[in-house]
Design a binder for this molecule. Sequence first.
Ligand code: DGL
Length: 268
Amino acid sequence: MTKSVKPSAPLLIFDSGVGGLSVLREVRDLLPQAPVIYAADTAGLPYGSKTEAQIAARVSGLLGRMTERFRPRLVCIACNTASTIALGMVRDVLEVPIVGTVPAIKPAAAMTRTGVIGLLGTEATIRQGYVDRLEAEFAAGKTLLRHAAPGLVTAAEAKLRGKPADPRVFAEAVAGLRSQPGGDRIDTVVLACTHFPLVQQELAEAFGNGVAFIDGSQGIARRIAYLTAGQEWNRTEDDLALFTSDGGDINALRPALAEYGLGRVAIF
Ligand code: DGL
């Protein structure tokens, strides 16, 4: 497909909200000339409290319509919840290359010295068989402690709108891992939700010293660069951020979006 791609064809980066910006940050680093459409399903946010069927239907329906409308060269599902549930289905129905987001259990298993890894994700992500399989394949012999931290999604959404986050949510996320058997020995924490790197500093302060964080964003950016190697890029204007609902406060996001090169905003 390499030769036939139009230089103006965008990358479509999809999440339920602002979380995928943590992936876009790494993509910009590697591919500064890439035209990007950043799509946030704000009408469906949060995905973490939805059922598998609801998430699969939303994600495949929206990506089908967006792909038809914008003809992206590649789609990145920059959302662990959507990827762990719907990646296979989306790949089956769309013709375009799809890059998903996989909880970074493999690199975490290589990093841990104590053998105890914490994993923070949404309620929907931590119960996925996909995560069980990653654990069995890459973290055998280690202890993986999981905790759902939906409050961190809210905190990241608030932070990017310039609103102060409630500090209790970070303490709660830490306590949710530390209070499990072996939790005091956690030295590596997988941020298995793309929203969480956006509040990593606040989380690090709540954990204190001795904990390293890992997320999938750099690996995803490298994968996108690999799959698009040799293609031409022509980015001639500010990129577009799409939202499935205004929610009344999209304007509050504009300064943060502009920092990611997203100077245009529309409702899809
Ligand atoms: N950013 C999403 C993820 O990576 C989930 C946030 C949500 O909608 O609950 O899992």
